[in-house]
Design a binder for this molecule. Structure first.
Ligand SMILES: *Cc1c(COP(=O)(O)O)cnc(C)c1O
Length: 358
């Protein structure tokens, strides 16, 4: 079936990545699959179901809508909302048995006594959410004060440079601060203590009993400098087709702003994918696509719905398949070209690009 622009997602690759990661980390750690942002563009329900089928019991999302979507699709395990939920949605948290992160003292006070499951976020250096671990006495006070007003199931913190070897000291300090807060409330026997993300689980001291696995389950690297365990690979390919082929003569320009000028006779193909599909416009005159394994550089500015690529000297025909992301041009490489991260590249693929599961 010929489509315009689509992604192919291999759920077996996601399962394999999960298993490889699980065998790589400390056996005391269970994996919590981070499936926020529609599983980083891979489809949260399909990914969570695939992981649930191989024994995953813990899931994390960014907001209550994502959590409810999973529950309604039959995801049974713990679902933790890592960020803000409006206080007025407390009833939904309770009704769907969703665990809410407690962001601050103020937030905790407002959410108290609503009978919800919760875990305290502890801030150890990210300065995003959580009780300040530097005032561990106050952390202890708050945790004890509200312990009985929630079904409190744990404490967690978030590492901000676990993907960077040269910052190992800071990461160690973060884990130590978290360890300290946890030890002050050890007698409460909270079941889940967690501080590791994908990068943390790979390279750092194991502390706690859950690792929050995001980017690596999708087969991408936390940082471009990282190397992943052997066998972990991207689960998503992005495809399009050749919609038109034309000759462009020396001196003619291509696209908006006339940013590309032909120096010789060229053969140019138009690809019906653009920035409204989530293909980053910064790749204009920089990125490339693959057609039958050959690189075709993007020429001119990427438009909303189309882009043009140089196919001079290539054997290319109408409706040939084009690989935008795949082997030979993965999201980490594409991100590196334009100084961003693979996370953003895959999260940006828009809803109008249909997902096909293999
Ligand atoms: C997104 C997120 C993760 C997952 O991070 P990865 O680098 O994708 O593994 C873990 N914990 C929190 C709090 C997050 O927001």
């Amino acid at each position: 079936m010929i489509r315009r622009s689509w992604v192919e997602i291999d759920l077996d690759v996601i399962k394999t990545n999960y298993k490889i990661y699980q065998s790589y980390i400390d056996p005391k750690q269970s994996v919590m699959a981070v499936v926020k942002a529609d599983a980083y563009g891979h489809g949260a329900v399909r990914v969570a179901k695939a992981l649930q089928s191989i024994g995953c019991k813990f899931f994390a999302v960014s907001n209550i809508e994502e959590a409810i979507e999973l529950r309604e699709a039959g995801i049974a395990g713990e679902i933790l909302v890592l960020g803000y939920t409006p206080i007025t949605s407390a009833n939904d948290l309770r009704a769907y048995d969703i665990t809410q992160a407690l962001l601050s003292e103020n937030y905790t006070e407002r959410m108290a006594a609503k009978g919800i499951k919760a875990q305290f976020a502890i801030d150890t250096g990210m300065n995003r959410i959580g009780l300040d671990a530097d005032d561990s006495h106050n952390c202890e006070l708050i945790i004890r004060k509200y312990n009985n007003q929630f079904r409190l199931t744990g404490l967690f913190t978030h590492l901000c440079v676990a993907d960077t070897e040269s910052e190992a000291v800071f990461t160690e300090q973060q884990i130590d601060k978290f360890r300290n807060v946890c030890s002050l409330v050890r007698d409460l026997n909270l079941p889940y203590i967690h501080c590791l993300n994908s990068a943390g689980g790979l390279w750092n001291d194991s502390f706690g009993n859950l690792t929050r696995l995001g980017i690596v389950v999708y087969g991408l690297k936390p940082d471009y400098s990282n190397t992943l365990p052997i066998g972990i690979k991207p689960a998503l390919e992005w495809k399009s087709v050749v919609a038109m082929i034309k000759n462009v003569h020396p001196g003619e320009t291509i696209g908006y702003g006339r940013s590309y000028k032909a120096k010789k006779e060229m053969k140019v193909a138009t690809i019906p994918t653009g920035y409204a599909d989530g293909y980053n416009r910064l790749l204009s005159n920089k990125g490339y696509v693959l057609i039958k394994g050959a690189k075709a550089p993007i020429v001119g500015r990427i438009c909303m719905d189309q882009m043009m690529v140089d196919v001079t000297g290539l054997d290319v025909s109408f409706e040939d398949e084009v690989t935008l992301l795949g082997e030979g041009c993965n999201a980490d490489d594409m991100a590196h070209f334009i100084s961003t991260i693979g996370y953003e590249v895959i999260c940006d693929i828009s809803k109008r690009v249909p997902k096909v599961y293999l």
